[in-house]
Design a protein around this ligand. Structure first.
Ligand code: EZ4
Ligand code: CO
Length: 417
């Protein structure tokens, strides 16, 4: 029997922090898993190094389902982002290893390709309309066929999703400070404070979409991320106001820990809804899926227990005509992104994939084999995930403390970010 001989947790910060699990078998087979949890990276490092790695050594790497159940049920303490990110890293590394052993790209082991390529959306943003239009054109030139729209709001200084509002002294911009790429984490010892005003946002946003449709026409799929800032009734109002602009989806319109809150939104609007990037198990979706309160599942492979678990969530969602919209910001490493692309290609109920380019240094640390073809993404045909980690290069970039920002209202109250 092949056994896992070593399990290394590799932390690197080329353009931003990434945590990678590398498993090696006694026969020299390797598997990589992404364990990055933005702003809480070292908690997952400790979970893996101190509590999981000792359990992996000597195990049969081919028993993926059994290892998942062992780590999930064996811990006794279930769910939560740290636990599920750690389990995901092991799960993805085992799938990578198995596919490399089979000499096949991972999507073949998941059932083979269900399509020729993957519709992906990029992040356009601007403080005002001219800047936003430039950013949309830039993304169209890069080949994107679907675009997320985030803009500044008059009266607010800094706002989620707008790249040109560089907050940190040393911007960690995804493309090395590139103008349009939004990197939410700021390096430094304290999180950056942003300001928020829901009424100003609700007044401003419909006009932005009207202008974008006026300039770019009716066909281009447009998305928007509300980033958990509205109450259900505010979200309902926004969804209704955006109906004339035919959004592909409105994301995280309200925090969804209380899944029943989405009933209220759904009663009022036909704008498609996407939720789930902060979720980590199928139980976070139970009401949302069975009552068909959402249209897209937003989980990342890396934050939901890996390919084994997300595949099950998406198969469950498929019975309710709900599709995938896998999370893919820069805080998903190239390893986690590759895992998403293989899963996307294989499942039937694929919807869209979020895709942001990583920085140049990141691309040197992680050699990737995915490709763009006619505006569609494809994970490539290398055995496994198709990603190699250059450990020497990774070692050039030690961990740098970084946090996600947080919000305050005008009167100083902390608000959801
Ligand atoms: O803010 O991944 O849809 N994408 C997002 C992201 C999240 C970050 C947090 O780490 O909402 O930009
Ligand atoms: Co989001």
């Amino acid at each position: 029997m092949t056994t896992i001989e070593s399990a290394e947790v590799i932390v690197t910060s080329p353009d931003r922090n990434f945590v990678t699990l590398r498993l090696t078998t006694d026969e020299g087979l390797v598997g990589l898993g992404d364990a990055t949890l933005n702003g809480r990276e070292l908690a997952v490092v400790s979970y893996l190094r101190d509590h999981v790695v000792p359990l992996l050594l000597g195990r049969d790497p081919h028993r993926i389902e059994d290892t998942w159940q062992f780590l999930y049920r064996g811990a006794y303490w279930r769910r939560g982002p740290v636990t599920m990110a750690a389990i995901a890293a092991v799960d993805v590394a085992l799938w990578d290893l198995k596919a490399r052993a089979a000499g096949m790209p991972l999507y073949q082991l998941l059932g083979g390709a269900s399509r020729t390529g993957l519709l992906a959306y990029g992040h356009a943003s601007g403080r005002d309309l001219p800047e936003l239009f430039d950013s949309i054109r830039d993304h169209l030139d890069q080949g994107y066929r679907a675009i997320r729209i985030q803009t500044g709001v008059p009266g607010l200084q800094t706002i989620y999703g707008v790249a040109s509002n560089a907050r940190s002294a040393e911007p960690t911009g995804a493309a090395g400070g590139g103008r349009y790429d939004y990197e939410p984490a700021g390096r430094g010892a304290q999180p950056q404070e942003e300001d928020w005003d829901t009424r100003a946002y609700l007044r401003h946003l419909p006009g932005v979409f009207e202008a974008v449709r006026g300039e770019f026409g009716p066909e281009l799929p447009l998305l928007h991320d509300g980033h958990h800032r509205m109450t259900p009734i505010e979200a309902a109002r926004l969804g209704k106001a955006l109906e004339p602009y035919d959004l592909f989806w409105l994301e995280d319109c309200t925090p969804a820990e209380n899944q029943q809150g989405l009933r209220l939104v759904r009663q009022h609007t036909t704008t498609p809804l996407a939720i789930g990037e902060v979720f980590n198990t199928v139980w976070d979706y139970q009401t949302l899926i069975t009552e068909q309160l959402i249209d897209y599942v937003r989980s990342a492979v890396t934050h939901t227990g890996g390919i084994t678990a997300l595949r099950k969530i998406l198969d469950f969602a498929a019975q309710y005509q709900i599709k995938s919209g896998i999370h893919g910001p820069t805080d998903i490493s190239p390893v986690g992104m590759a895992a998403a692309l293989h899963l996307d290609l294989a499942i039937h109920n694929f919807g869209i994939q979020e895709y942001m380019k990583h920085g140049a240094k990141t691309d040197q640390v992680f050699q990737q084999s995915f490709r763009w073809e006619d505006g569609l993404l494809h994970p490539g045909d290398q055995p496994g995930l198709g990603v190699e980690l250059d450990v020497d290069e990774a070692g050039q970039y030690p961990y740098v403390q970084a946090y996600l920002p947080y919000n305050r209202l005008a009167d100083g109250t902390v608000h959801d970010w």
